[in-house]
Design a protein around this ligand. Structure first.
Ligand SMILES: Cc1cc2nc3c(=O)[nH]c(=O)nc-3n(C[C@H](O)[C@H](O)[C@H](O)COP(=O)(O)O)c2cc1C
Length: 207
């Protein structure tokens, strides 16, 4: 029974491009078979608290004696990790906020990246497909080409540390019709929207 985990982190519940793309992926992926199931974790609607203690980054055996990890924090971490491990495929909406991932998504990453449990010598998610949808308001080329510091976080953690089979679908200039300085790029923004949807459909048929 194939299972998909859909994660959203956009703080926009009305016009979000990343939400539109994760929804498109989910609908088309699920339509491939009646036995397919989906879990939707919305990190904006139900945000995770910031990490209570640095000891949560480690397995119980590798924590320091005076790490102050509560049972409640451990249970939340277990819930998130079990949810991730249960997924045959994952799709993540990751808008660019102040040049990096939204803090809600970072809070999730901080709770699931644990050397010795999902990373390092033990990598139970190795090879598992994950599609990350990165939506960016502005243009990233020339001087701004390297200003997206969200995509490298996703690559370093999901592909690098966890060993997942990561595909990033990037849609830029989402604010072409809204922000005055981006108006000259609006047509390109619309092209990017169409291209991202096409790529997501293609991935939903194959992942
Ligand atoms: C808090 C906040 C910070 C943002 N920071 C950036 C930024 O640093 N660079 C950028 O290109 N766009 C930035 N944007 C615009 C978003 O990346 C853009 O609107 C994107 O489409 C958001 O994803 P969504 O459509 O899924 O909500 C920001 C938007 C918000 C709400």
């Amino acid at each position: 029974m194939p299972h998909l985990l859909r994660i959203d982190s956009s703080a926009d519940l009305r016009h979000s491009d990343s939400r539109a793309l994760t929804a498109l992926f989910t609908d088309e992926w699920a339509a491939r078979g009646a036995d397919r199931t989906v879990t939707h974790r919305d990190l904006h609607v139900n945000p995770l608290p910031h990490l209570e203690d640095a000891g949560l980054h480690w397995t119980p055996e590798t924590r320091l004696d005076d790490d102050a990890v509560s049972r409640a924090s451990e249970l939340l971490q277990d819930e998130l990790i079990d949810e991730l491990l249960a997924a045959d495929a994952v799709v993540i909406g990751a808008p660019l906020y102040n040049y990096t991932v939204p803090s809600t998504l970072k809070a999730w990453i901080d709770r699931i990246h644990i050397p010795g449990r999902l990373a390092g010598d033990v990598r139970p998610l190795a090879g598992r497909p994950v599609v990350a949808v990165v939506t960016r308001g502005a243009v990233y080329e020339g001087e701004t080409a390297g200003w997206d510091h969200g995509s490298p976080v996703l690559d370093l953690i999901l592909r690098g540390a966890l060993g997942m089979d990561l595909t990033i679908v990037t849609q830029s200039i989402t604010l072409g019709d809204r922000a005055e300085p981006l108006r000259p790029f609006a047509a390109r923004g619309r092209e990017e929207r169409a291209a991202a949807a096409e790529r997501i459909s293609e991935l939903a048929r194959t992942v």
